[in-house]
Design a binder for this molecule. Structure first.
Ligand code: T1G
Length: 695
């Protein structure tokens, strides 16, 4: 593969990177760049060099897929190429369009001058991968944009438009496209002006109050980055700017390697790859036809219907919202408007934007008004009879090729598809409440869902800013089904002696934003109670009883009733431990003949997380999820699993599946009725014994 295109035009050597899609600086491209630089330096006719990429990317940085493999250290490393630029004897200009990130910007900063298009995006986002710029970025960026701005960009991983960097030494000139022509013209100017080789490393940090700036940064960053070491180490690396340049580089290198080997960076790099892998679905290729979604219908103007509608209005897609009664429609539209106005009050929307979005919303009581919709999503009551009515009516009025989507979270999408004469156009689009905020979108592929409908749903997810994960059909799809495993593990802990507060504290220290019992009190315990009662009625031979029933039977539904697993003082949402609950649990254990015991926070976390992991392994075995990392994407984006842990399946593999299986077998020995609950999934046992990773 030709990683660069090299050409000399009137004394200007042009090196164009050719490593699509984003010119990531893998070994092949690094070799090619260095060879081209050497060739230009040795050519007497070359007076100046221009380096550039594509209009999409100067470079997206070091090749993330090389991390953790020998390739990352193959020479020439990125640092070798940058050192060569430092020692270069002819002017080098970096011509930037598209993204110029991470190692890509570090490469550009080692050039003597930089020109960029207005729209180019420059930044050092390594901190978002749990890293810090490891190619001299912590030493060069502050020299080019100033210490304070450099710190801010590095610690926060900011991407900044080149237009906003004009006037700094980072962007010597903002030019129009075609970029290469402008860059060559600029190069010629440099030559005729006899421009010096302005080496970034020779620029001095000018801020007299540098130490004070760093001290403030240390305090602010430490307070804001509880589970992540990278931001603080970014500050320490930048502090190296006050040392001689090569000393600063050495310090940067030590800190970079420390982060590269950290579990937090492994987790963040896993998530970066996982969120992109989730878009890859067998049978769907770039050739799969995607339908245009220009008009959307939403049925049900309740909380979910309103939130779902907002996603499309935000993307500029008109929505027709349908309800059975006018009063419900007006209430739903009012909620949507109030949501926008609240966002406007926070300064994140202008009045004009609110008006534009509301102007795209129309309402109706008649299904016929949906006949021109390209996609209709129902968010009506979770009852199969109601869904049947809706789908049979939609089947009668929608145009051929329209997509019929259900937002159901518990019902069988294959059954729903069976109500219509076009099951190939039926798909589940499971949004998470609040639907206009939560990023996760479970796309439920029913048996007859066509590849076109699936490909269209995946593309639509990206259009409305959602993170899609494709799920097969089962009770609870991926996320809610795993939640059952998590809850069952918690229930067993309560039964055997743990308190709601002990469980919540252990899981919140692990990194969950909220433990399951504070969460239950917030969401309302009566919702789960109703589902258990429905399931018990549908399956009398099974036991859906829960200690939570006793809490609900006492009229304790959570914050909404002032008491649930905890008690709440009027006007205060602080969860306070309640002796009434302690007594309910003690009575329940006595009834069950269970002698309560102590549980350490470590065992609480293991039981709840391994309960998740085991259910996840079953989901993988059954082909409901396409890959283990999809399960992580679901749990990180929809259920608050701590990001620095990388997701339940990644975390389990970091611990060692052998150790996970061994712990589960210990729990099974200690358990009674739930012994089958702790039976490790076959897939887990296979991987534990073979040492293979979950795929
Ligand atoms: N390395 C390898 N592959 C990359 C990549 C990278 N840096 N960036 C993107 N890709 C792949 C991505 O996986 C996907 O692959 C395809 O390109 C399109 O990406 C030493 C150590 C650049 C803004 O953190 O933020 O430099 O799915 O779907 O929405 O200091 O990708 O097609 O197979 O995201 O247009 C620092 C990470 C690295 C930038 C493009 N750089 N990338 O967004 O497309 S560490 C980053 C992004 C580093 C040095 C350090 C985005 C993007 P596939 P995409 P996009």
């Amino acid at each position: 593969m030709n990683y660069v295109n090299y050409a000399v035009v009137d004394g200007v050597a042009c090196i164009v990177f050719q490593n699509p899609p984003v010119n990531s600086l893998g070994h092949g491209l690094r070799v090619a760049i260095l060879q081209a630089l050497d060739q230009a330096e040795a050519a007497p006719e070359v007076q100046v060099v221009v380096m550039t990429g594509s209009d999409r990317a100067f470079s997206g940085g070091a090749d993330i897929t090389e991390f953790g493999t020998p390739k990352a250290a193959w020479h020439p490393t990125l640092r070798d190429v940058i050192t060569a630029l430092d020692e270069y004897t002819k002017p080098v200009i970096a011509a930037i369009d598209g993204v110029c990130l991470g190692g890509g910007l570090e490469l550009a900063m080692a050039a003597h001058y930089r020109v960029a298009t207005e729209r180019a995006m420059l930044g050092l986002p390594e901190v978002k991968l749990g890293l810090l710029p490891g190619g001299g970025g912590t030493q060069r960026l502050p020299r080019l944009v100033g210490l304070e701005r450099g710190l801010d960009m590095i610690v926060n991983g900011l991407k900044v438009e080149a237009g906003k960097l004009a006037g700094t030494l980072l962007v010597d000139r903002v030019v129009d496209t075609p970029l290469q022509e402008a860059a060559i013209a600029y190069a010629r100017e440099c030559v005729s002006a006899g421009s010096v080789l302005r080496r970034t490393r020779d620029i001095k940090i000018a801020e007299p109050d540098a130490q004070a700036l760093l001290q403030v940064a240390r305090r602010n960053v430490a307070a804001a980055s509880k589970h992540f070491p990278a931001p603080s180490l970014c500050v320490e690396a930048v502090a190296g700017c006050l040392l001689p340049f090569d000393e600063g580089l050495k310090q940067e290198r030590v800190l970079f390697m420390q982060l590269m080997n950290s579990p937090e960076s492994a987790a963040l790099r896993h998530v970066f790859a996982a969120e992109r892998a989730a878009l890859k679905v067998p049978g769907i290729t770039s050739a799969t036809v995607k339908r245009d979604i220009r008009r959307v219908g939403v049925i049900g103007a309740g909380t979910m219907g309103g939130g779902i509608s907002m996603n499309f209005l935000n993307a500029g897609i008109p929505v027709t919202l349908l309800e059975a009664e006018q009063v419900a429609l007006e209430r739903g539209v009012g909620i949507i408007r109030r949501n926008y106005e609240n966002t406007m009050k926070k300064g994140r929307l202008t009045q004009a934007q609110v008006d534009d979005r509301m102007s795209l919303l129309s309402t109706t009581l008649k299904y016929d008004d949906l006949s021109s919709a390209d996609l209709v999503i129902e968010a009506v009551f979770e009852d199969m009879g109601v869904k049947e009515n809706v789908f049979r009516t939609l089947d009668a009025v929608l145009k051929p090729g329209a997509i019929l989507a259900t937002n159901t979270s518990t019902l069988d999408v294959n059954t729903i598809a069976g109500f219509v004469n076009r099951p190939q156009d039926v798909v589940g689009l499971h949004f998470f409440s609040p639907a206009n905020v939560m990023k996760l979108l479970e796309i439920v592929r029913a048996d007859q869902t066509s590849p076109e409908v699936l490909a269209t749903s995946l593309a639509l997810a990206k259009t409305i800013g959602k993170q899609p994960v494709v799920s097969g059909v089962c009770d609870g799809f991926i996320g809610n089904r795993m939640l059952n495993g998590y809850r069952a593990a918690g229930e067993e802990l309560l039964l055997h002696g743990a308190s709601p507060a002990q469980i919540d504290h252990a899981l919140e220290d692990f990194g969950f934003a909220m433990g399951p019992y504070r969460m239950g009190d917030l969401a309302g315990l009566d919702i789960g109670w109703a589902v258990r009662k429905r399931r018990q009625a549908e399956n009398p031979h099974l036991d859906f009883s829960s200690v939570a029933d006793r809490i609900c039977e006492a009229g304790r539904y959570g914050q909404k009733t002032g008491a649930g697993w905890y008690r709440y003082e009027t006007g205060n949402r602080q969860a306070l431990e309640d002796p009434v609950v302690t007594q309910i649990l003690a009575d329940y254990r006595k009834e069950k003949g269970i002698e309560p015991r102590q549980f350490s926070p470590k065992e609480i976390v293991e039981r709840c997380v391994f309960g998740l992991v085991n259910e996840g392994a079953h989901i993988l075995e059954e082909g409901i999820a396409l890959r283990a990392s999809d399960i992580d994407v679901v749990y990180l984006n929809g259920y608050g699993f701590p990001l620095h842990r990388g997701g339940p399946m990644h975390y389990a593999q970091q611990l060692g599946l052998y150790n996970v299986v061994r712990a589960m077998r210990r729990f099974a020995r200690q358990s009674d009725k739930a012994a089958e609950f702790w039976q490790p999934a076959d897939l887990l046992v296979q991987c534990a014994e073979s040492g293979e990773a979950l795929k």
